[in-house]
Design a protein around this ligand. Structure first.
Ligand code: NAD
Length: 508
């Protein structure tokens, strides 16, 4: 087996340093928290992480700042976000390069992630002039009832490695225009990109005259996240990551009557109906399953194919998977970069062993691609056909592994789609309008995101993003997701000059 040719780690270190310098980041070097690149699997810099006292200090600063920030008119709060969007545009290349370096995304996807930051910044600026409430008809004469939205407080953001910048931007830009302040605990696997994002926001604050402590960054691991979660001054914990993390975070926040917005794991499926246009289905399925090396929360993990088309689709799909170039994500033409670490590779191997024991047949992939570098993990995307039942299919394996199942009736396909604990994204490929509408209806897919004739991944920021069941129920981004970052107040004004109790109650 020939080894992948990968860049030298010291060249990657130089590249990272150049991006950070251009953005103006002073790297807190010297500690034992390592910024690592999955491209070679080696460390780039040792960083100093924060301790519990730093978490408390960050929340104190953000909380004190909130007390004035909440009174700044919302359109003026939008100015810092507008400036931030400009800075992201100016450093599009640098941010994308850092995402490739630290998360291993291929260049096109890293650019796309930064574009998403720009899109949400634009959206949030517009939102800063649209934080509207409503007037509700009162049952009492001479009374006016209104509903208003007010800033909530400190928002604690905990984020995952796989969208190291965009998920933070979704939360932060919206939280800031809503009048909240932010403390961010990013993934310990992506500290450099976090330092870069925080620096750009700090520059935007300086240049737009906003207080510096509207945003604080905490570099650290699980313990840092726990300290943030437990601080009663954090009004909303917006946590993105595995269901395992959400299971720990949700009850802790609830125990202190805090609010949480959970964006957790998915186990997404696409149904391929007999009428599906296979020319459209094939590339959509390949991108959804193998894009980002299967490390998106919305990655396609289960393909539910009608028995009449499976024999036509599967050989073409297998051939397409086999042609996918796996390798250095900086290399032009690479479509599948590295896994974030050896852990998902081990999870993939374990899932393959279990599913084949249950009768699954490995059609392609699943084998590690050899590298000369230490702990870099590159794998060929795998397809497994499984006709029987295997519990592993109901789990999220965060790696490029696609299970193919077959069905005879649409009801059966929808039941298979819904028969998992997670509820993030689902799609159907069909040209039959009745099937499409049924799939989208109340008896259709039970996920937060539902698509027709496109894959499960690649959502736009204008819609509310998130999912049901073990995906956590949270919604971020567009639509009315901003409500989660504000508190609602219902106000009644009596201008009648008389006492009038609701429900016609007489108390005299
Ligand atoms: P992870 O759960 O290992 O870590 C996510 C974050 O949670 C990290 O910052 C981590 O330090 C922190 N954390 C872990 N345990 C914690 C605890 N007990 N208290 C406080 N903080 C804690 O996830 P990951 O490996 O970085 O990311 C992959 C997972 O994230 C996948 O399951 C994926 O589906 C999910 N994800 C979901 C969405 C979504 O929007 N639904 C988006 C991206 C990723």
């Amino acid at each position: 087996m020939t080894s992948l040719v990968l860049p030298a780690t010291h060249d990657l270190r130089t590249r990272a340093r150049a991006c950070l310098d251009r953005i103006g980041v002073v790297v807190p070097e010297g500690g034992d928290l390592y910024a690592r690149t999955p491209i070679t699997g080696e460390d780039l810099f040792g960083l100093r992480g924060g301790d519990a006292a730093e978490t408390t200090a960050a929340v104190t600063a953000a909380h004190d700042t909130f007390l004035t920030w909440r009174s700044t008119p919302a359109p003026r709060r939008g100015e810092i976000v507008r400036r931030f969007g400009d800075l992201v545009r100016a450093h599009h290349d640098d941010l994308a390069e850092l995402i490739t370096l630290e998360a291993g995304k291929i260049r096109a996807e890293a650019y796309g992630e930064v574009q998403e930051m720009i899109d949400i910044a634009d959206y949030a600026v517009g939102l800063s002039r649209q934080l509207y409430g409503r007037v509700i008809a009162s049952e009492r004469a001479g009374h006016r009832m209104t509903e208003s939205w007010h800033p909530l407080g400190v928002v604690g953001i905990i984020s995952a490695f796989n969208f190291p910048a965009a998920v933070w931007a979704w939360n932060t830009t919206v939280a800031l225009v809503c009048g909240d302040t932010v403390v961010w605990k990013p993934s310990e696997q992506t500290p450099l990109i976090s330092l870069a994002c925080a620096r750009l926001l700090a520059r935007a604050a300086e240049e737009s005259g906003a207080p510096a402590d509207i945003h604080r960054l905490l570099i650290g691991g699980r313990e840092t996240g726990e300290a943030l979660v437990d601080d009663p001054r954090v009004a909303l914990v917006s946590a993105t990551g595995s269901t395992r993390m959400g299971r720990a975070v949700g009850p802790r926040v609830a125990a202190r009557f805090g609010r949480s917005l959970l964006e957790l794991g998915g186990n997404n499926a696409a149904i391929v109906a007999p009428s599906a246009d296979l020319e459209l289905t094939l590339p959509a399925v390949v991108f959804a399953a193998a894009g980002t090396a299967g490390q998106r929360c919305t990655s396609l993990r289960r393909l539910i194919v009608h028995r009449d088309v499976v024999d036509e689709l599967l050989p073409r799909l297998t051939a397409a998977f086999e042609r996918l170039p796996v390798g250095d994500p900086f290399e032009e033409g690479t479509l599948v970069g590295p896994l974030i670490s050896p852990a998902p590779l081990a999870a993939l191997e374990s899932a393959l062993a279990r599913v084949t024991e249950d009768g699954g047949k490995l059609l392609t992939g699943g084998d590690q691609v050899a590298t000369a570098a230490g702990s870099a993990a590159y794998v060929r995307p795998a397809i497994v056909r499984i006709d029987g039942h295997s519990p592993v299919v109901r789990e999220e394996t965060f790696a490029p592994l696609l299970y193919v199942l077959t069905y005879d009736t649409l009801d059966e396909a929808i039941a298979l789609q819904n028969d998992v604990p997670q509820g993030l994204s689902a799609s159907i490929f069909t040209q039959d309008q009745r099937e499409a509408e049924t799939f989208l209806s109340a008896v259709g897919a039970d996920t937060g995101l539902v698509n027709v004739n496109l894959g499960t991944s690649g959502a736009e920021i204008g819609g509310a993003f998130g999912g049901e069941k073990e995906t956590g129920g949270g919604r971020a981004c567009g639509s009315d997701a901003w409500h989660a970052y504000m508190r609602r107040s219902t106000a009644v004004v009596n201008y009648s000059g008389e006492v009038a109790l609701a429900q016609n109650i007489s108390f005299s």
